[in-house]
Design a protein around this ligand. Structure first.
Ligand code: 48F
Length: 262
């Protein structure tokens, strides 16, 4: 076979733009491809929902690749280990209830589950704003404003593109970036005790893990918050390299949104 470079280029351009065009009206748009976002993408896509996941970096996986302090293992507690087992991993019990797993394997398997289930993953794409509408006096997020990450990093003055969604999930982790933009630009009140972003507190893994799941909910009409962003939004602790809360949060947000979409 003689390789024609033009066909390679045409194939990539055609496949990519078909994917993007087919993502202009999503059931669910996920902002951030860390463990919570990937788990939510997997669990929603396997039920047949049209899901897009937007990740600023070249690689999805967020803070999971590096384990603890680059020592590339993560810990998962009893309650969450079934999620990684379902994804095909075998975990090793270190002490009763504490399981270790290779962080590269865990991240790769979540990315594989999400994409193979049909999630449209857009890496190298940053969410810089949301689409807001007011219906019957109630403001609601109904889309994302996205731009190429290299444009953002180079601070080029290039306008973004826009897509619509029925629900967005804020999974940007510690920085809770999408909610910060929503509040800063629009002065709206969130469904938090103060109406704003409560902020993340220092290390308390036990409370933080439970709260990551408890705080996974609709934080503003049309926007759910999951993963570490849920703790930053509602004011709870950090937990370090134990990842069960992130996985359980992704499962919970997928379940709640699926129920609403049905
Ligand atoms: O931080 P991250 O892994 O979020 P998570 O799913 O998991 C948290 C844990 O990794 C860890 C922890 C638990 O032990 O404390 O930190 O809550 O992934 C967040 C992803 O969002 C991307 C960012 O690059 C990262 O991969 N991100 C952040 N802001 C944007 C974004 C944005 N504006 N647009 C697109 N992606």
């Amino acid at each position: 076979m003689i390789i024609d470079e033009r066909i390679v280029s045409e194939a990539i351009a055609t496949a990519y733009f078909e994917k993007f065009r087919d993502s202009l009206d999503l059931d669910v748009a996920i902002v951030g491809g860390g463990p919570s976002g990937l788990t939510a993408a997997w669990k929603l896509s396997e039920q047949g929902f049209k899901v897009g996941l937007f990740e600023r970096k070249l690689s999805v996986g967020g803070g999971m690749w590096g384990g603890g302090m680059t020592w590339n293992f993560i810990v998962v507690q009893e309650e969450a280990k079934g999620i990684l087992e379902e994804a095909g991993l075998t975990l090793k019990e270190f002490r009763p209830g504490y399981f270790t797993v290779d962080s590269v394997a865990a991240t790769a398997v979540l990315a594989a589950k999400a994409t193979l289930a049909g999630a449209r993953v857009f890496n190298c794409m940053s969410v810089e704003d949301v689409v807001l509408r007011e219906v019957d006096g109630v403001k609601r997020v109904m889309g994302l404003v996205v731009n190429s990450s290299p444009v953002e990093i180079a601070r080029l003055h290039v306008d973004p593109l826009v897509l619509h969604c029925k629900y967005a999930i804020e999974c940007t982790g510690h920085d809770v970036e999408m909610l910060k933009t929503l509040v800063r630009k629009n002065g709206v009140r969130l469904n938090t005790p103060s109406g704003g972003i409560e902020g993340e507190q220092s290390m308390w893994a036990d409370v933080a893990e439970a709260n990551t799941v408890n705080h996974t909910r609709e934080v503003f009409p049309g926007v759910y918050v999951a993963g570490m962003a849920a703790n930053a939004a509602y004011g709870s602790y950090r937990m370090g390299p134990i990842f069960g809360g992130m996985l359980l949060s992704g499962v919970k947000v997928a379940k709640e949104i699926a129920a609403r979409l049905r």
